[in-house]
Design a protein around this ligand. Structure first.
Ligand code: NAD
Ligand code: 44H
Length: 380
């Protein structure tokens, strides 16, 4: 069995590649960073170091790597003969992956089992997004090509920080993980991934993950950045940051209970587990990594505006989430293109235009006014 995995970065090597390997797949990593591809292709193995309580070392071997920028033909050939395709490249990169998967489907044997495609990104419906890009790319051939694949959305959860210089291919991760995958698209033949769980309706799982783990993480990063913290664990050591994060998560939990019927006590223990994960002192996770790409994180259906807008629509509170949005507006990182763009947009756009362009909130949405006030305050 073979799996082609696009994106050999932190979660690609430290989670998706690891679990596929443990499921018995030969993993073919595909990336655009030539030195990374060369290092992977030359290596016999790498180690995933789980740090913190219960952590252990896991060795991944039997993989290969191809450079999708240099050798697109070779990537198409690998996809044509694979059982599984996964991605962990970032939601905005999926449009660049689509042509490779389409090219692979064009070459796929007519009697081959359908290619099982799963995008493992922090976004709602990421696999649907990838399939949408593939459809655009395939044009009139889409009906025929799409019959050669099945598409399942997934929710992946494992904190994989940026790796220190000199770590090579090894990856330091937390011991915890969760991988929820839509069951329906696979019929009787789900992929063999021990540790993943298959669910009939992914909607509640992905929202619970994105609006708790990632909302809480973003809250710790933005409030922590403002308080001068360098890492997420340090941020949570600051009492005011800790209570800001907890308050934001109480608001998202109230929404998730109302919307999906999760039990309030289950949400309370889910929150506690997550806050414990964030506090893991062995995990060197920076506020810059977790706060990265603030324009994406401030967009309409993402971890801040997404739950806050739905909360106010339901008559629930969103004050603590708004406080995190306020802190996100102050996030700066000279190495982060979106953080620089955010600073420019705050300076250039009238508050109402900023709200429309950055958050996507409709002018008559009840959250639009409060966010506009936060922006206006910065104009003096
Ligand atoms: N790190 C985590 O804790 C974590 C956890 C769950 C989900 N995720 C999600 O996984 C995705 C990747 O995150 P990450 O932290 O691993 O980032 P990362 O930057 O470490 O890895 C992304 C990889 O994708 C590669 N890439 C970029 N463009 C590409 C292209 N066109 N083709 C092939 N590869 C390409 C990059 O070179 C890089 O190696 C994101 O959507 C993120 O939200 C991350
Ligand atoms: O990857 P992002 O930028 O969407 O979000 C940053 C972190 O919150 C994220 O990578 C978490 O570590 C991960 O989602 C945990 O499962």
């Amino acid at each position: 069995m073979k799996a082609v995995h696009f994106g050999a970065g932190n979660i690609g090597r430290g989670f998706v590649g690891l679990l596929l390997h443990e499921g018995g797949y030969e993993v073919v990593f595909s990336d655009v960073v030539a030195p990374l591809v060369q290092a992977l292709d030359a290596a016999e193995s790498y180690t995933v170091h789980e740090v913190g309580d219960g952590g252990t070392d896991r060795v991944v071997d039997g993989f290969r790597a191809v450079d999708s920028a240099q050798s697109p033909e070779a990537v198409a050939e690998e996809v044509a003969t694979a059982e599984v395709v996964t991605t962990a490249v970032g939601p905005m990169i999926l449009k660049h992956i689509a042509p490779h998967v389409v090219a692979g489907l064009r070459r796929r044997a007519a009697d081959a089992p359908p290619l099982q495609v799963m995008a493992c990104e922090n976004a709602i419906g990421a696999t649907d997004t990838l399939a949408g890009h593939m459809r655009e790319h395939a044009g009139a051939d889409w009906e025929e090509l799409s019959a050669r694949a099945v598409f399942a959305n997934t929710a992946v959860d494992r904190i994989v920080p940026g790796q220190p210089e000199g770590a090579g291919l090894d990856v330091t991760v937390e011991p915890f993980y969760e991988w929820a995958i839509e069951r329906g698209p696979f019929g009787e033949n789900p992929p063999h991934i021990p540790g993943a769980h298959f669910v009939d309706d992914l909607g509640p799982y992905i929202e619970r993950k994105l609006f708790t783990v990632n909302t809480g993480h973003a809250a710790a990063a933005y409030l922590g950045y403002r308080a001068g913290a360098g890492t997420i664990a340090e941020a949570l050591g600051d009492e005011a940051v800790g209570s800001g994060v907890a308050a934001a998560l109480e608001e998202t939990s109230a929404l998730l209970v109302a919307k999906h019927g999760f039990a309030a006590e289950d949400m309370a223990s889910y929150r506690e587990t997550i806050l414990g994960r964030f506090r893991n002192p062995a995990l060197p996770d920076t506020v810059q990594r977790v706060g990265r790409q603030p324009l994406r994180k401030l967009s309409r259906h993402e971890r801040l505006i997404g739950p806050a807008s739905q909360a106010v629509e339901q008559g629930l509170g969103a004050e603590a989430l708004l406080a995190v949005v306020d802190a996100a507006l102050d996030f700066r990182d000279a190495d982060d293109e979106q953080a620089n763009q955010l600073e420019g947009l705050l300076a250039d756009l009238p508050p109402r235009d900023f709200v429309e362009q950055v958050t996507g909130l409709e002018a008559d949405h009840p959250l639009a006014g409060p966010v506009e006030e936060l922006v206006a305050r910065r104009r003096g």
